[in-house]
Design a protein around this ligand. Structure first.
Ligand SMILES: [Zn+2]
Length: 383
């Protein structure tokens, strides 16, 4: 170990639980972080600072100004940059000796196994159920531990899921909830909460990496769920059991992957047959075709951020229950939302109800280059 490096990590290497042997383990560890958001940013920063030799980052988003309140890898001037590129630059600024591998992609059933294979451990920094189930199922097949985290508002959960040594995510949550809108729509969160969770995830990862030394002082959160409500600083841990009927852990279960469970998240655009339209293509279509019906599938409260003139509002949560009468299935339907994920699900739903011609606006309102109406007048509405 070079002396410069030793000096850099001196304050942790002098701990008896770490030592030179532990520092070597950190240097040779390979950790993959899925999601460079509120959880991934602090987790990556602390893992990089601790000298974890190789870090992988999976995220298909670009930096937006609304990320900066909690995604502490990014600066104001990083706006519109691909997140994984901005994250890599920041982490190499911190320590140029690190190896950073970037995947500017959505995690899908098609790419997850290949990406995971190069890593010892996965940090779940995602905010949607679909990807959490996908991470769990793929990691279980490859025998890779997952440091799980979730944070909403002031509340959070953290655990380590490692199917060979304890329960997996599906032992706690067997399948995605029926109503999935809450995790797709943008919900509020305090940056200090995601920072706390991401830091704890980094800590769990470091413990797992050091634990290989046979160090008995560490007990990672395997088989335990840490739950916190920071409104009143209440933090507790609960035992969680491996379930004999878990679809992953049960020895009777033949299926190892459950395609439909991954759909609300990052796999949808790849797995489905929905056509996407770019902002430019939609502008062209609106200028040249007369039978387009635009359907804004965001929740009504989100329309204050602006909507495309002439749109109808049919929130995804409504579409999941019924197809409203004002949707004209004889027309060419174009669904859109804020980022282009919910609109894919809405388009899939409409197709499953027999609509023949439906497109989803790629990248949603965030990518829309044309006119926007900021409502005093909400779009012709739904109920
Ligand atoms: Zn399980």
């Amino acid at each position: 170990m070079e002396s410069g490096k030793l000096f850099r990590h001196n304050r942790q290497a002098i701990l008896s639980e770490v030592g030179l042997e532990g520092q070597k383990r950190l240097t040779s560890a390979k950790v993959l972080c899925v999601g460079a958001g509120g959880l991934g940013c602090p987790a990556l920063l602390y893992l990089a600072a601790a000298g974890v030799g190789k870090l992988g980052i999976v995220d298909s988003d670009r930096v937006e100004v609304t990320n900066l309140q909690r995604q502490i890898l990014f600066k104001t001037m990083d706006q519109d940059r691909v997140k994984v590129d901005a994250a890599k630059d920041r982490l190499l600024d911190l320590d140029p000796n690190l190896e950073i591998e970037t995947f500017p992609d959505r995690l899908t059933l098609a790419n997850a196994t290949q990406i995971f294979k190069g890593y010892d451990l996965v940090i779940d920094g995602t905010d949607n159920f679909g990807t959490k189930f996908l991470i769990n199922d793929v990691a279980a097949q490859l025998d890779i531990p997952v440091v799980f985290g979730s944070a909403t508002g002031f509340e959070a959960q953290i655990s380590v899921f490692w199917a060979k040594h304890g329960p997996c995510y599906r032992c706690v949550y067997p399948a995605p909830p029926k109503t999935r809108i809450a995790n797709c729509a943008e919900s509020g969160v305090i940056g200090a909460l995601t920072g706390t969770v991401g830091s704890l995830q980094a800590m769990e990862a470091i413990k797992l990496i050091l634990g290989g030394t046979g160090n008995k002082e560490f007990s990672p959160l395997i088989g335990r769920l840490l739950v916190m409500d920071l409104r009143n600083a209440a933090i507790s841990t609960f035992q969680i059991e491996k379930k004999f009927d878990c679809p992953i852990c049960s020895t009777n279960s033949k299926a190892k992957f459950f395609k439909d469970d991954y759909l609300d998240g990052c796999s949808l655009s790849i797995e489905s047959n929905i056509n996407e339209m770019t902002s430019q293509e939609l502008e062209h279509a609106l200028a040249t075709l007369s039978d387009i019906q635009l359907i804004d599938v965001r929740e009504t409260c989100e329309l204050e951020r602006g909507f495309i003139p002439g749109s109808f509002n049919a929130p995804l949560s409504l579409l999941e229950r019924e197809i409203p009468d004002f949707i004209d299935s004889d027309r060419l339907l174009v669904t859109y939302c804020q980022k282009g994920q919910r609109s894919l699900r809405a388009a899939t739903l409409l197709m499953s109800k027999g609509v023949k011609r439906v497109f989803s606006l790629k990248g949603g309102i965030n990518a829309w280059q044309g006119d926007l109406l900021i409502p005093e007048d909400p779009p012709r509405a739904s109920t």
